[in-house]
Design a protein around this ligand. Structure first.
Ligand SMILES: [Zn+2]
Ligand SMILES: [Zn+2]
Ligand SMILES: [Zn+2]
Length: 392
């Protein structure tokens, strides 16, 4: 279809507008308050709007791999299209499209006219969800967005340290991110990319987090490490975790592994360690029995694990996300069981118990809503949920 499906819709149905300035070109802003979990737009890829998008050809030509691809394509299409047009098409697709997997398992790239105009942030306020069956994309607000505020998505996995994010953005989109998260070396106090010093087990951090070749330095004994120190430590832990001798379905072995890694190799909120903790939290749920649901230390450990994961999620992907919903549900069950145990053992009053039951029910509703809102259903939602008119 040459025209975009939402362009002709009444403005009252749209929560966004396209703005423009001389620095970044076009970008997307909210035209009214957008509530958390409100669907901003669902759209299909179209071939329109293409010609006004950025192509970054000079940057692409500086990259040997891209350069080679491009030359091969230009060669293949020579005599059909002039090389400038092939280069322009390649550049536009390279920097504006999203990769997706078809139901048959094939790899494709799709270009969405609105999504292509959205700027990147490492703390985005909108999340995009793609459907594998019809390559549709759905944009969902994960936080409250004020009128006039720019709507952003993340082009990369936000669960990465600043140096890795910087590398991905530079390699694939040719820019340096300067969002508030990228300015903060502590990553919200979580030090999610930090590893531990081999001598004193204090945190080791990059000296300059803007520079991938920087040395790393121990915050305790000031020992300096080479640029690849953190990566190597993470790879070493990953190897041990995936080793045949490690039974990842065994709760005791997982607990021992986490304890060892946390005291010797990785900082408490290092993203790889959090991944292992998430695995364990789910494992506890899978192995649930009448016995474990009455065991106070196990219930308390489950609460501790989930709270630590939620704290991490809250900073790494701020807002009402699907992952947050999943771990709020994981947390809710042992928490409710502990409340019952406390009441049964006379450690809390009936009033306190009823209060925590009501709280648990509220959390469950909220968490299920967070998970459900990111699902792609068959109906194609062009009409805004906030629209008060009856038109279709
Ligand atoms: Zn309307
Ligand atoms: Zn950033
Ligand atoms: Zn040290």
């Amino acid at each position: 279809s040459p025209t975009s499906s939402y362009v002709e819709k009444p403005i009252c149905c749209r929560a966004f507008a396209i703005a423009e300035n001389s620095t970044v070109g076009r970008f997307v802003v909210a035209t009214r308050e957008v509530r958390p979990l409100e669907t901003v737009l669902e759209d299909f890829p179209v071939r329109d709007w293409l010609l006004r998008l950025m192509d970054h050809i000079p940057d692409i030509k500086l990259d040997p791999t891209h350069c080679q691809y491009l030359e091969e394509i230009v060669q293949f299409l020579s005599g059909v299209f002039p090389s400038e047009r092939v280069e322009r098409a390649y550049g536009i697709l390279r920097v504006n499209s999203f990769g997706f997997t078809t139901p048959q398992g094939g790899d494709g790239r799709a270009l969405y006219p609105l999504v292509a105009l959205m700027s990147h942030s490492c703390q985005p306020n909108v999340q995009h969800v793609q459907s594998g069956s019809d390559s549709r994309v759905k944009l969902v607000a994960q936080r409250l967005i004020k009128p006039g505020e720019e709507m952003t998505i993340s082009y990369i996995n936000t669960f990465q340290g600043p140096l890795e994010r910087r590398r991905s953005l530079k390699e694939q989109w040719f820019f340096d991110c300067s969002c508030s998260r990228c300015e903060d070396i502590s990553d919200g106090g979580l030090f999610s990319h930090a590893v531990l010093c081999q001598k004193c087990f204090d945190r080791v951090l990059p000296r300059d987090q803007q520079n991938p070749a920087t040395t790393w330095i121990c915050q305790g004994c000031q020992t300096q490490y080479a640029a690849n120190y953190a990566k190597d430590r993470e790879i070493q832990v990953a190897k041990e975790w995936e080793n045949e001798a490690m039974d990842r379905a065994n709760i005791k072995q997982c607990e021992d592994f986490i304890q060892k890694v946390e005291s010797q190799s990785l900082s408490e909120f290092n993203h790889f360690l959090v991944k292992i903790k998430s695995h364990l939290a789910v494992l506890y749920t899978v192995r649930e029995s009448a016995e474990t649901l009455a065991n106070r230390p196990i219930l308390e450990r489950r609460v501790e694990l989930c709270q630590s994961i939620i704290k991490y999620l809250y900073h790494m992907d701020k807002g009402q996300t699907k992952k947050l919903g999943v771990f709020l549900l994981e947390l809710n069950k042992p928490k409710m069981r502990l409340a019952k145990l406390n009441f049964d053992q006379g450690l809390s009053t009936r009033k306190e118990y009823l209060k925590s039951l009501a709280e648990g029910a509220r959390t469950e509703t909220q968490a299920k809503n967070m998970i459900g809102r990111y699902k792609l259903v068959n109906s194609f939602a062009i009409k805004s949920e906030a629209c008060k008119y009856e038109h279709q």
